[in-house]
Design a protein around this ligand. Structure first.
Ligand code: NAD
Ligand code: IPM
Ligand code: MN
Length: 352
């Protein structure tokens, strides 16, 4: 404790595949924030496929509790490994963190930085500015269901509490930015689950009458987004649709390696109230090649800084990244020739 402010503690879980490679490029930014006087500690935790295969442990209860009660946030790389095809460790590490820390709101922004990276005709990067609010704890991610030889059932749970928590955050976000809100749904088919979403959405519409809001069938929304993303400000979606929409929007930013995300618990039930992770996965096709793009995880860390109230640091990180990208810094996925480490250096060059 210095000056009455307890240090922020970050649990760093690099995970699998390209996760450790890209997280390594974000760690110097933690040291930079500390050098600017921020009280900050971090601890690297080994959980992921290698640890699971070596020990049988995914995320032990004791480690989970020490993150929950002893850290303020998690910086996460990615999980997923071809040696564990059922993804059990991913479920017990990543989904557990999201669900058991009650990180019900996952914000996945889309702010393309360079016209040349946007795959849409006649749309300029600066004209696209979308925040996806993804429900982060429910839907089919409850992983309940059953498999019979010729029949399979996946249950999707939608609770009033979680849907309200997500939609409130999305309406608040739209109000703060002065944009409209679009709810992605399929209430025409998912009558029960998305019926509840529509009911709660309509009630909140009355409360947030200053926010122009509309609900679109998720399939039609995807078409509209590709035709012209410029009218969209905030998109609210359930866990599964939010996952899909955010990968589409990653493409507008230049690809999977570019897109950041932050999840948080609005009611902050535990000390650990936030998880910063890129939108991309472990990219087994790239792992070990030294070519993964670290932009998404670095921007995710910037979002975590903003969540801590460290606005200046967040802006410096975002500014440094944007300047590098606009100056042409690019890994191979962006059409350039930089490797993960040289890209990391370029993205951090503006940190003063
Ligand atoms: P993926 O995001 O790992 O890869 C999709 C494509 O994007 C691949 O071509 C990959 O090379 C590319 N890509 C991803 N990250 C990149 C980066 N940083 N730089 C450059 N290119 C990048 O998705 P996938 O292939 O569907 O899944 C691979 C594994 O990751 C699976 O096990 C999946 O379950 C897991 N996954 C984990 C997370 C997570 O931990 N949050 C997210 C998505 C997928
Ligand atoms: C993501 C990923 C995860 C998800 C997987 C790995 C469970 O795709 O973070 O977007 O579906 O949430
Ligand atoms: Mn995804």
């Amino acid at each position: 404790m210095i000056g009455g402010m307890e240090a922020k503690r970050i649990a760093v879980i690099p995970g699998d595949g390209v996760g450790p490679e890209v997280v390594a490029e974000a760690l110097p930014i933690l040291a930079w924030a500390r050098s600017r006087g921020r009280e900050l500690d971090w601890e690297r935790l080994p959980f992921g496929a290698d640890h699971f295969l070596a020990t049988g442990e995914t995320l032990p209860d004791e480690a989970f509790r020490s993150i929950r009660d002893g850290a303020d946030g998690v910086l996460f790389g990615a999980v997923g490994d071809p040696r564990i095809p059922d993804g059990r460790h991913a479920e017990e590490i990543l989904l557990r963190l999201r669900q058991d820390l009650q990180l019900g709101v996952n914000l996945r922004p889309c702010r393309p930085m360079l016209d040349a990276l946007l795959p849409l005709r006649d749309v300029r990067a600066g004209e696209v500015d979308i925040d996806v609010y993804r429900e982060n704890t429910e839907g089919p991610y409850c992983l309940q269901g059953q498999r019979e030889p010729d029949r399979a059932v996946d249950l999707a749970i939608h609770s009033r509490a979680a849907v309200t928590r997500l939609l409130r955050a999305a309406f608040d976000g739209a109000r703060a930015r002065g944009t409209g809100l679009c709810l992605a749904h399929k209430a025409n088919v998912l009558r029960h689950g998305h019926g509840l979403w529509m009911e709660i959405y309509r009630a909140l519409q009355q409360e947030y009458e200053d926010v122009p809001a509309r609900a679109l069938h998720a399939d039609a929304l995807l078409c509209a987004l590709v035709q012209d993303p410029r009218p969209f400000g905030v998109i609210a979606a359930d866990n599964l649709f939010g996952d899909l929409v955010s990968d589409l929007l990653a493409a507008f930013q230049g690809g999977m390696g570019m897109a950041p995300s932050l999840s948080w618990a609005p009611h902050r039930p535990y000390r650990c109230g936030a998880l910063a992770e890129p939108v991309h996965g472990s990219a087994p096709d790239l792992a070990g090649s030294g070519r993964a793009n670290p932009t998404g995880v670095i921007l995710s860390l910037g979002m975590l800084f903003r969540h801590f109230g460290w606005t200046t640091e967040a802006e410096v990180v975002e500014g440094s990244v944007a300047s590098a990208i606009r100056a042409g810094a690019a890994t191979t996925d962006l059409g350039g020739s930089l490797g993960t480490r040289t890209m990391g250096e370029a993205l951090r060059a503006g940190l003063l």
